[in-house]
Design a protein around this ligand. Structure first.
Ligand code: TXA
Ligand code: MG
Length: 311
């Protein structure tokens, strides 16, 4: 594992080529996607993937998402049912991860899938992620680029603050626009494994029925009770700050930082992790205003609940 300080690479063809070369050499490169920054490694290189787990301090039994540049590339690694194909065609590129059975001859490191016979696949829409995938010309395994259990990164600065001494480089593409990790769907019939950047309502409209509930078999870090956690204590459904708390607001109200003064859930999602990082830097307990449990609000509340859970 590298121990030097990570290089910040610019959003230029030189930056992208350097990032692709580091990946090909088995190094770790963080890169922006529309959801959050990912910590990328060549998904076929077991040693590089092991370095990802070590850098994050992530339990080895939790599988990583494999990023590819197209549905046809995804089909080299996973076998898609008609319903999964329909979802891929509707939502890719975009913030949806599909968990499908591994394809024969996939060539991925077994560490990526944590020994499961399924793989999580995603085609990101962020142009810089697309350019990196094209330049690297292979599958990139990438969990969110944060130390395991902590707040996810939506800027290159967040990445450097959390992992700067453990990775080779970060490709700087500014702030992520969606701000929440991808929605994860898997299984037959399709089940919702994680709320995320695509609201459940949109997926259910497409498949013309409700998504099944997640089964018991899948253990995932995003599903652990304490995750996305700031250093400070977090209190939910607060209408005002008390005892030296900082208030993270939503909608028109008096507060220290506001996720969306207009009460817009999309804006709130994009601001969520950045605002948590900023309040956390002040080392005071954080109170959070109620967020409506609908659309992207479900994913926001899911992250907030885990941020507030006992550690
Ligand atoms: O938006 C995102 O999904 C971001 C960006 C970088 O793409 N990535 C991300 O990765 O959030 P991570 O590692 O923080 O979360 C991946 C989730 C985990 O909960 C993992 O357990 C689940 O995906 N996952 C991956 N492969 C799986 C599989 N075969 N079966 C079940 N869950 C899987
Ligand atoms: Mg994560």
């Amino acid at each position: 594992m590298t121990q030097h300080k990570a290089q910040r690479l610019s959003d230029t063809s030189a930056g992208i080529d350097t990032a692709a070369r580091v990946l090909a050499d088995g190094g770790l490169v963080a890169f922006p996607t529309e959801t959050v920054y990912g910590l990328g490694a060549d998904a076929r290189n077991g040693r590089a993937v092991a370095d990802v787990f070590a850098a994050k301090g992530r339990p080895g039994f939790n599988p990583l998402i494999v990023h590819v540049d197209s549905l046809s590339a995804a089909q080299k690694y996973g076998t898609f049912s008609d319903q999964m194909l329909q979802l891929a065609q509707a939502f890719w590129p975009g913030p949806l991860t599909l968990v499908v059975p591994l394809a024969p001859g996939h060539g991925l490191s077994p560490l990526v899938t944590a020994g499961l016979n399924s793989v999580g696949l995603r085609v990101p829409t962020h142009p810089l992620a697309q350019h990196l995938l094209a330049a690297f010309d292979g599958p990139i395994a990438a969990p969110s680029a944060n130390p395991s259990g902590r707040i996810s990164p939506t800027t290159a600065d967040h990445v450097l603050a959390g992992l700067g001494d453990k990775i080779d480089a970060v490709l700087d593409g500014g702030a992520c626009t969606v701000g929440l990790e991808s929605t994860i769907v898997g299984g037959t019939p399709p089940a919702l494994l994680r709320h995320g950047g695509i609201a459940r309502e949109g997926i259910e409209a497409l498949i013309a029925g409700p998504l099944a509930a997640a089964g018991k078999g899948i253990s995932a870090p995003g599903q652990l009770p304490s995750h996305y956690a700031p250093q400070a204590r977090v209190r939910l459904n607060a209408t005002r700050a008390q005892d030296g708390e900082l208030l993270l607001g939503f909608g028109a109200m008096d507060c220290d930082l506001n996720l969306s003064p207009a009460g817009d859930l999309k804006e709130a999602a994009a601001n969520l992790f950045d605002h948590l990082h900023r309040l956390d830097a002040q080392a005071k307990p954080i109170a959070v205003a109620p967020i409506p449990e609908q659309g992207l609000g479900r994913a926001i509340n899911d992250r907030l609940k885990r941020a507030a859970a006992p550690r």
